[in-house]
Write a protein that binds this ligand. Sequence first.
Ligand code: G3I
Length: 300
Amino acid sequence: ASTLGAAAAQSGRYFGTAIAAGRLGDSTYTTVAGREFTMVTAENEMKPDATEPQRGQFNFGSGDQIYNWATQRGMKVRGHTLAWHAQQPGWMQSLGGSSLRQAMIDHINGVMAHYKGKLAYWDVVNEAFNEDGSRRQSNLQSTGNDWIEVAFRTARNADPSTRLCYNDYNIENWSYGKTQGVYNMIRDFKSRGVPIDCVGLQTHFTGGSSLPGNFQTTLSSFAALGVDVALTEVDVTNASTSQYAGLTQACMNVPRCVGITVWGVRDSDSWRSSENPLLFDGGGNKKAAYTSVLNALNAA
Ligand code: G3I
């Protein structure tokens, strides 16, 4: 197949990108994105600061713009994200304890009601662990160690049709403390019946040409717990072709790795734009990394 989306579809997978609402008027951007991808994540527009700027007053304008753009082109949409220490609206940042707990529940219910039945996946909780595998000390964590499972139970009740994911970065190396911390949480959730369907590995790779240790083992180990895995925010320093090929191959080798999403379209669209980490250059031209990914998808 000659596009990323069509090549991934040969093995029943998707290939996605982050989309920014503010770029939908750029025809180079929309032409490349519309041609290549089959899954879309809103880069910022479905985060708490965007969707509930004032408590109890929801705003889905830019999120819906992305949803409509994607679904009109036959793409699916991944929701990102419902409970996170960052990009909270100001009113939420100043809450704690039981009032923050209730605000989180109300936020999940409010946003998921709007998108009920429409999204393939939701990143219910994002980035809740420290590098050593302990819990990140955020205002959400201060409401009690059970806040993550409360978020997942609330989400399942709010929309039983969507797949509920935990999403984080630096959980690609199997030997890393954070990977083990997240793994132990997922194992605990599955053993106690806390509803969780998937783990998103953000896959923001920095430097080097080889993959983090035992990357494929990490994918297959999570999958063995009974969850899907996905690479959700891929970008790679200088778009190393060997790392891009390797991460694609690792996903293809794990049956429950359901898809790959790159965190932007062109290098100039990236939050790491000075590192040129994506598959298209600033002019929208395919880079060498694009070919290495396409070949790995077609070989699967
Ligand atoms: O929209 C405002 C604009 O009005 C203002 O003029 C401008 C001035 O700084 O800021 C704009 O907002 C910025 C927003 O991106 C949209 O461009 C924010 O300052 C900036 O902080 C925000 O950065 C985003 C970042 O998350 C914030 O945490 C990046 O675009 C986005 O790519 C990044 O994505 C995260 C994932 O959600 C979670 N994993 C890590 C990943 C990379 O940091």
